[in-house]
Design a protein around this ligand. Sequence first.
Ligand code: G3P
Ligand code: CA
Length: 241
Amino acid sequence: MKVFGHRGYSGMYPENTMLSFQKAADTGCYGIELDVQLTKDGQLVVIHDETIDRTTDGTGAVVDYTFEELRRFDASAIKGGTHGFQPIPSFEEYCEWVKERDLVTNIEIKSGVYYYEDIEEKTVEMVRRFGLTDRVLFSSFNHASLFRLQQLAPEIPRGALVEYVDLGNAGYYCERYGFQNYHPGVEWLTEENVKNCKAHGVGVNVWTVNDMGVLEKLYEWGCDGVFTNYPGVCKAWLDTR
Ligand code: G3P
Ligand code: CA
């Protein structure tokens, strides 16, 4: 079962920072999950929320700041500032870092609130520039965004993020619409979904799995991967199987 560090090693380090990504990589996990948004001057940045209020010492929308302005805020504020100053990474900085590492990156396109102009084009261009196409997986709750990514980079697999609904025929849905993977929130996943995905050749990667009892259940159901805030703990548990 593949373990993705969700926003890096976000259970212990400030989420979506280079420190969090490095700490996840240190566990030997399979991959890293991160979220991309666009700044006022059209730069791809790695941050989960549309605003900087929850995770940094600043306030306001990401899209209202230039990249240079955003870099002044401290993303370690979410952990009480106890990990030294941690800037919001640019996606370019992340690509530069990951290109030499044996890691798969799940890039979640956050395009459900602002419908950022050309976010899919910019992300694909960056992935290609760093030669990462065979080590990347795209996901989004905005399935229209996934259709655009399919047009732009059909060779890169996609995962359909889903929450608040049990799709039942999840595998049928994903196969029909060209999504190689189903990415449900763990609360909304059933064993039937997993069986249906297997019947349709669709992978199942589940978020956010921080409980080892839940991990064991998903392992027994035959899920392909998990996104966890504690990649070191999940990896250690799976290594004993
Ligand atoms: O990609 C899995 C998970 O990250 C989706 O939800 O809100 O954590 O981005 P969220
Ligand atoms: Ca995410």
